[in-house]
Structure formats: C-alpha cells, structure tokens
Design a protein around this ligand. Sequence first.
Ligand code: TTJ
Length: 649
Amino acid sequence: MASYDSKDLIVLEGLDAVRMRPGMYIGTTGIKGLHHLLWEIIDNAIDEVANGYGNKVEVTLCKDGSASVMDNGRGIPVSPHPKLKVSGVEVVFTQLHAGGKFGDNNYKYSGGLHGVGASVTNALSRYLEVNVFKDGKKYYARFESIEKNGKIHSGVPVEKLREVGNTTLKGTYVKFLPDDRVFKDTRFDYDTVLERLKETAFLNKGIHIELVDERTNKRETLCYEGGIRDYVTNLTMDKKPLFVPPIYIENEIEDTFVSLSLQYVDTYTESIFSYVNNIPTPEGGTHEVGFKMALTKVLNDFAKKHNLIKDKDVAFIGDDFREGLVAVLSIKMKNVQFEGQTKTKLGNVEARARVESVCSQGLTEFFNSKKNENIGNIIIEKAKGAARVRAAAKRAKDLTRAKNSIVEGGMLIGKLASCTSRNPEINEVFIVEGDSAGGTAKQGRDRYFQAILPLRGKPLNSEKKRIDQVLANEEIRTIIGAIGTGIGEDFKLENLKYNKIIILSDADQDGMHIRCILLTFFFRYMRPLITNGNIYVGMPPLYKVSNKDKEVYCYTDEELENAKKTLKNYTVQRYKGLGEMSAEQLWTTTMDPSKRSMIRVTLEDAVMADKEITMWMGDEVGPRKDYINKYANFNKLDNFNKDGEDDER
Ligand code: TTJ
C-alpha cells in the first residue's frame, strides 16, 4: 500500500473563481447544484470506505439547514503540506482539485474526473467545519465565507486545524451550511439524498450508510450484503421476474474489478444500468459492449449445446437476448476516460475485452451447471419470441420507412399539416388531441414554422405492447414519420425535423392520459428527444374571465382567483377542451411563442423514471393500486377510477 501524506496533494488553483462562476463547477445554483455540494462530501467519505478503510458513512440533514457527513476511515491527513505549509485538511478544503483522488495512488479506484473536490463545497458554504479523528487525537478546523468591504471571501480558514483532545475514534466528520447568497433554495431534499445513498449502498456491498433527517426525525439505514444483486431485485420489484434470484458474477482481471447481476422479466424492454467506479454511465461504452458480446455468445452456445434451435427458427441476434433484460454492470478500474455528449460513456478500449472475459467465464460457468439449465431454457424461449417478433417488426418498420419517404417528397403523411420552412432549428410540431382541435390549431398557427399533427384517438400505450404492435398503430406510425429520427437502435437525432415537439391535449382526464401515453412512447423509443430537451407540453388556459372592457386568460386556479378580484361584473368561461377555443384564441393563448408558456420535459433520473413508468403505465395493476391507495386523496378527485385500472385499448 502506498503511503499517503499531505505532500501527495496536488494543488491547482484558488477558490474565488468558484463563487464567481458556480455553474462552471456544479452545473447550476438550483436544487441540483445544492445537492452537488453534499455529493462532493459524501463521495469522499464513500471513496475511503469503498477502498476498505472503515465500513460506515453517516449523513445527517440538520435543523439549521446544514448537512454533516461522517466516516470511520483513516481521517484526512493533518500534517503540513511541504510546499503550501498548511495542514492536509486545509489543502483539501481550500485548493481546487486537491484531494486523494488526483495524481496519486492511494486509492486503487476512484471517481476521478467527476468529482470537482470538497473545496467547491467549502467555497459555496456559509461555514464548513471539520473534525478528524486520527492516531488517538481529535483535530478541528473551521472555514467561513466572510463579507469584507462589499466583497465575499470564500472558504476562509478562520480557525486553523488544531489538536483539540484525545479520542479512541477514527475517521472524518464534515459539517457545512450551503450559502443562501448562492442558492435560492437551500433545503436538502430527503428523498433525493436517500435515493442517491441507496444507489451507492447497492454499488458498494456491505458498507453501512445511515441517513438521518433531524428536521423531520426520519431515518434510514442502508446496507446490502448482496450488492448489485439486491439492486436488480429492487429494480424488478414491480415486474414479473422469469426466475429468482438474479444471476450474479464477479471477478477481477488485470486490475479491473467486474461485477454483473441480471434478471429477465416478462416485458420487452431492455434495461442495463452500468457504472464505472460508482459513476453511472447512461451512455454506455466499452464495458457495456463487452458485456453484451459475452451474453450473446454464451446464450448462443447454450442454445446450440442443448439443441434448442430448430430449422424453422429465425437466427438470433444480440438484441434478442436483451428483451426483458434487467442488468446492473459495475466495474472498477484505473485511469477512466469518459466520452460522449454528456461525458457519461466509458471510452477505455481495454475495458471491453476485460469485461467480456469476466462475463463470458462467469456466465458460461453458470449455464454449464445442471441446476441452472432450466433458467437457460427460459431465456432461450424468451429470445425466440423476440426473434420472431423482430422479423414481424422489420416488415412494419419497412412500411414506416416507405411512409417516411413520402414525406421527403413534400407530401403529407396521415393528417400532418406540415410547415413551409425546411429549417428544423426553428420548426415546431404540435401533436394535438382530436380532429376538431387539430383543425382549429391548423387555422390558428403560423404556417411558416408550425406543423400540426392531429390525433384521432388515443395512441397505443407502448408500455403494454411489444414493438411490432406499437409499430402497427396508425397514430404512432404517423408520429414517427413526422418526427423523422426513427426509433430505438435506428434513432438518429440529426434527422430530427422539429426542434420543438409540443404535446397539446385537453386539460381533462383523457388529455392527461394521452399526454402520459405519448411521454411513455418517447421515453421507451425516442429517449434522446427527452434528454436533448425537444419535448414540450403545451399549456392552454383553463379559464377566460371577461367583462365588457377586458378579457383575462387563466392557466391555474390561483390565476382565476386573482382575475376575479381585479375584474368587476365578470363572467367566467371554463375551457373543457381545446375545441372550445377559436383559432385566434388558441394562437394567442397557447401557440404564439411570444406569449405562450410550455413545460419542457426533462429526465433527471432514468432509474426512477423507469420505475414510475412501469408502475403507472405497465400492465401490472397491483403496484399502481397500492400507490394510489397510499397517496391519493379521493376527496379531491372527481371522476376517478378507483380500482387503478384504466380504459385504453
Ligand atoms: C487518504 O489516505 C490517507 C488517509 O487519509 C485518506 C483520506 O483522505 N481519507 C478520507 C477523506 N477519509 N474521509 C475523507 C473525507 C471524508 C469526508 C466526510 C469529507 C471529505 C472531504 C473527505
């Protein structure tokens, strides 16, 4: 084990830049950026225990708005840094990019690139306190952001590190108060923190993580002896697994530690969640490629060995083995390189062969075992279904492509009323509920850049059907054709024809349902549209309040109340559907870019979204019912279908 001391900390630059441009370091000063301060501290503590020093991390959300993190590791170095002549603790909290992670070999694996360092948390806090318990001694230091002559000095060491007593404990304790001069909202969200800690606990099996909320007296202890096995079990909780428990393999090869757990469920989508050094890689990368290659090869070999392929069967391709797959792949390696649009794709070429080797070996061993033969049979059966459907889907897809080429020729597909401009950058398409509202929107729009796509009925709920059925649906085909990108594996963002895709449905139960169905479809088959920010929900007004002098459109009940207060002798019109508005009204209230408001659909957390969509849109009624019984207030809902089942075809 390499010896770690203060001299190992590499110093790059000072703190003040952080407060000047917080966005550069933590992305936003919104709620996400606020939590980033906490992740920074937690990640440091986790790094220590995940590398085998200590086994426990405790996170506390305190009454005064501060948060604290404690681990039982070795303690941050306290001795002076040879060049900077200040304690290791002071270096960690005042120098950007200083920390055990950079340019040393104290940790076998560490997040590297992603962490911006604990000093960023210090720079954006009112105060930050540190206690280090080490070699029988307790040490203390305090930093503050102080205002002087109208200028704020960030993270100033107001109490230099000093010995304050003896102790039998070991570890590091850090407490900080986010600065309300930087963050509009400084309240940590219990569920957000819990969700993140859960993921961390799954990825680091056996470590104890405790979350305590002193504001509400909530607390949770997290420890998963099964690691990512338990993660997969948790992911498939509301689905129907085809066998239990999930498959689990792990091994180390050439300094790369690979662990994999997988399970199949009775639905048709593929969910692979991959990580490198505990950092999520939603864009995939070389490690995922290695895993997929191994899975394809091992299952093909299994099918051959057991004579499961008959002449009439369609030959398998890799995709066939991933229908209904739920997998977590977690690897740990050195010198990670991230690529891709959001730098969340593993680029290291060496990872592919290493992951493939560990997965091939592990999976082969698993399926060679007599007692697992039945699991192999189940998976091959599932893959056969997938292969058959793929052949059918290809026919349906070819049909869609043929339809697309009609659009290319400048004609209409289905009922799409296209716009004049051929510039996707400015073009918009409104997906409108119902032919009559569609007609109104066509009259009301700015024909130059706004296209209208009226939907006749409800599109198919893609959560309940497999891809061939989804593609056979007229409504869905029209949408795919209009958008231009293709779907699934064939998706190409550069072929997007409209920069804004705006869902416009009535403000009633049916409209809500159509909105959910469309979002589910985009999430499952055109997800980059969501991550790229192309999907919007239009906001038509709910009421018009008018008297002889004035008309006011109201989009919420609150606005309605305000309008009632300001207008005298008014009448209120409640819009039940888009169809009740004139073309001109629809333009001014909902479509005119200078006046309208819209909701942009974003995706914060794919795991969470996956779960919610399965629950709300999937064909298992039980979990939906449970959720509704737990949270819904039936007194507030009229017209609500209490058994949790819905009515679409
Ligand atoms: C590095 O290797 C030698 C002993 O000290 C190691 C170290 O820095 N360990 C460490 C850091 N344990 N815990 C931390 C840590 C904990 C919290 C809560 C916050 C921060 C910034 C660091």
